[in-house]
Design a protein around this ligand. Structure first.
Ligand SMILES: Cc1cc2nc3c(=O)[nH]c(=O)nc-3n(C[C@H](O)[C@H](O)[C@H](O)COP(=O)(O)OP(=O)(O)OC[C@H]3O[C@@H](n4cnc5c(N)ncnc54)[C@H](O)[C@@H]3O)c2cc1C
Length: 252
């Protein structure tokens, strides 16, 4: 059994902490999760490619106090100087006709966000059965955060808000609903020095037949990290270096 689900949920809910050594239960319980993301998915009624925009990502911020920024988010507060990260799906994948109509642009504006339920105006998360989507406080907060990052993005892309013809927001609570990740993050446990590389769980576990993959494991987060972690998990299952075997096959 290979679990690619959230590490804490795997240990505490799916398998049960009584099946693991006390030391591992304590370690997993003590891991700090990465901050989650808030995303505005947009379609603009303008063609940014025709306006000369490249398919690169754009990061907009106005303050270099990165530690202060993270501390505010960790404390469950909206930062004094929010940051917007813009990415343009239809410029990256221009032949994909399903992203938007000709003359339009499909883009996302995202940012790190507080994870606390209190910030999002809810008492319990969707993974434990909490309802959130229709709550007034939740909707108000979602609108505030969305407006705040669009305002920041507008500094790099004037006229952004006036050209939006479709928008849908995803909060950390949305992410928890669809993936059941702890704290609504897709980045697993935080990549800090005391939680990095050999300080992260390896694919083999003390439970016979149970292996781990995903962002919280040794390969770490992101697409490349989790793919690498998947190869490590396959190697642990096969008791062979799968990467080397695939390499030999590719090279003939
Ligand atoms: C908006 C956004 C943009 C991003 N952009 C980038 C980027 O540009 N580059 C990059 O490298 N990374 C990016 N990331 C991060 C990257 O997507 C994640 O780090 C990576 O997908 C994590 O992989 P994972 O396999 O650990 O988790 P996931 O991709 O979340 O996969 C876990 C899967 O397990 C399923 N699951 C959970 N519980 C159960 C259960 N009990 N039973 C069955 N299935 C279950 C979930 O539904 C989910 O499908 C981005 C993330 C987000 C949210």
């Amino acid at each position: 059994m290979i679990s690619n689900a959230d590490l804490k949920r795997t240990v505490f809910d799916l398998v049960g902490s009584e099946h693991f050594p006390a030391e591992m239960v304590e370690r997993v319980g003590g891991y700090t999760m990465s901050l989650p993301l808030f995303v505005e998915y947009l379609i603009l009624d303008r063609d940014l490619g025709a306006e000369g925009w490249s398919n690169g990502n754009v990061y907009v911020g106005s303050d270099d106090d990165v530690d202060g920024y993270y501390a505010q988010l960790e404390a469950g507060r909206w930062p004094d100087h929010p940051v917007a990260y813009m990415t343009f799906s239809s410029l990256k994948d221009p032949s994909n006709t399903r992203l938007c109509r000709p003359g339009q642009t499909n883009m996302q504006v995202m940012t790190a966000a507080p994870r606390s339920y209190e910030f999002w105006g809810i008492e319990a998360g969707p993974a434990s059965g909490g309802r959130y989507r229709l709550g007034d406080k939740y909707r108000e907060r979602r609108a505030q955060v969305g407006e705040s990052i669009l305002e920041v993005a507008e500094r790099a892309l004037p006229g952004l808000r006036d050209s939006i013809v479709f928008s849908e927001a995803a909060t950390p609570i949305t992410h928890e609903r669809f993936t059941w990740s702890t704290g609504g993050t897709s980045y697993g446990i935080e990549c800090t020095p005391d939680q990095f590389l050999f300080n992260r769980p390896s694919p083999a576990t003390p439970v016979r037949g149970l292996f781990l993959a995903g962002a919280s494991t040794m390969g770490a987060h992101g697409i490349a990290g989790t793919m690498g972690g998947g190869v490590m998990a396959a190697s642990a299952v096969a008791e062979a270096n799968v990467q080397e075997l695939v390499g030999h096959r590719l090279l003939g």
